[in-house]
Design a protein around this ligand. Structure first.
Ligand code: SAH
Length: 361
């Protein structure tokens, strides 16, 4: 059965015309029920004819997520755990602040990238999420906010970051479809300025990302020498820092836009004065903004959080070198909902090897 939640409007239109013999405006109506109003029950789509609804019941499905668990942090962050139809568990993290309501979404069940400091990496990759499962996280949290906060907006969320479980550019086709749905005027209508996709640095995919989407890009750099980076991020053995920075320099940026570089501070690993100076040099010629992320310790992985004073000194050195750097506030630490802490099922998944000749991604 076709999962209608996964179809961008042009594909849904083709399906409704060719497979169901209905006019294109029917597809627009269905799409807006699914993605603007977030209604996932055909019986409530009252402006569709009974016959059309009955036909939909027969031939399509809506691949929804079911809430499995919710944990609330003292800082207002809420971590949601969802169960997919095949019983997999994924997580999204809601981060409200006075000026925005941001959701961090997952793109895969687990991850194949193998970053040694990251909890999700310990799972390996179990499977890709479908476009429907990616956008469902957004619909489900919009529903939660409407109920919890009494919001009467159809879409109370203002910002999306693709920084949950998984590597978005390793599931690019589905992420692209999800973006098309999320950006659609007839759907959630997020502007491109309010969506950021974060990557470990799959270089060939960065080029495609630039050509085929218009949302913002973040790069998880996390090191300033190839030796360091290959140790903590195996992807660097395939595409090293120079190749990555070259791709960033080629990345077409609209006026006033910058690439965000995420830099997780790991005590004694990548947080020296020398690292700060090297980082500033690496970023020369790239319109960049650096987010310094305090490491959230995952017991057993062996890395430690950089002390606040060291983080501040690191930021100061970058600022002196003319690099805009911010120490990211740590959200949801008390509920293990902070960056790189999303992991919840045994590690049976697949891992990519980046150190073999012809190694893939
Ligand atoms: N795969 C993508 C998106 C998910 S990770 C990427 O790597 O960009 C989102 C961010 O969390 C990345 O910058 C990653 O380096 C960071 N991260 C991973 N584990 C972390 C941890 N334990 N503490 C702080 N940040 C972490």
């Amino acid at each position: 059965m076709v999962d209608v939640l996964s179809l961008p409007l042009p594909d849904l239109t083709r399906f409704v015309e060719e497979q169901l013999g209905e006019r294109p405006f029917r597809a627009r109506q269905l799409f807006s029920w699914l993605h603007q109003r977030g209604v996932h029950d055909f019986d409530r789509m009252t402006d569709l004819s009974k016959a059309f609804r009955a036909r939909l019941q027969e031939v399509v499905k809506i691949g929804a997520l079911e809430k499995d668990l919710e944990q609330r942090s003292v800082d207002g962050t809420i971590k949601y755990r969802w169960r997919t139809e095949d019983g997999r568990l994924i997580e999204s993290v809601y981060m409200p602040s006075p000026d925005r309501k941001t959701l961090c979404v997952s793109t895969q069940v687990g991850c194949a990238m193998g970053c040694t400091f990251c909890a999700t990496a310990t799972l390996g990759l179990l499977r890709n999420l479908t476009p429907g499962e990616i956008v469902s996280q957004v619909h489900a949290v919009n529903r939660e906010i409407r109920r919890n906060e009494g919001s009467d907006l159809l879409r109370p969320l203002t910002n999306l970051v693709f920084m949950g479980m998984g590597e978005p550019l390793h599931n690019f086709e589905n992420v692209k479809r999800a973006l098309s749905i999320l950006r659609a005027e007839e759907g959630p209508n997020f502007s491109q300025r309010h969506i950021t996709v974060s990557t470990v640095g799959l270089v060939p995919m960065i080029e495609r990302f630039a050509q085929e989407t218009d949302v913002k890009l973040a790069i998880s750099l996390n090191a300033t020498t190839d030796e360091q980076r290959s140790r903590t991020m195996p992807v660097n053995r395939r595409w090293n820092i120079e190749a990555l920075m070259e791709a960033c320099r080629r990345f077409p940026l609209r006026q006033g836009r910058r690439i965000t570089f995420e830099y997780v501070l790991l005590q004694g690993e990548n947080d020296s004065d020398e690292d700060a100076r090297r980082l500033a040099r690496l970023l020369q010629g790239v319109p960049a903004k650096v987010n310094l992320i305090p490491y959230n310790e995952n017991p057993g992985l062996g890395f430690h959080t950089t002390q606040d004073a060291r983080a501040e000194a690191f930021r100061e050195l970058l600022a002196q070198a003319g690099v805009a750097a911010f120490i990211r506030q740590n959200r949801g630490r008390d509920i293990a909902a902070a960056c790189g802490q999303l992991a919840n099922q045994g590690g049976q998944g697949e891992r990519l090897r980046f150190d073999q000749p012809g190694g893939v991604a």
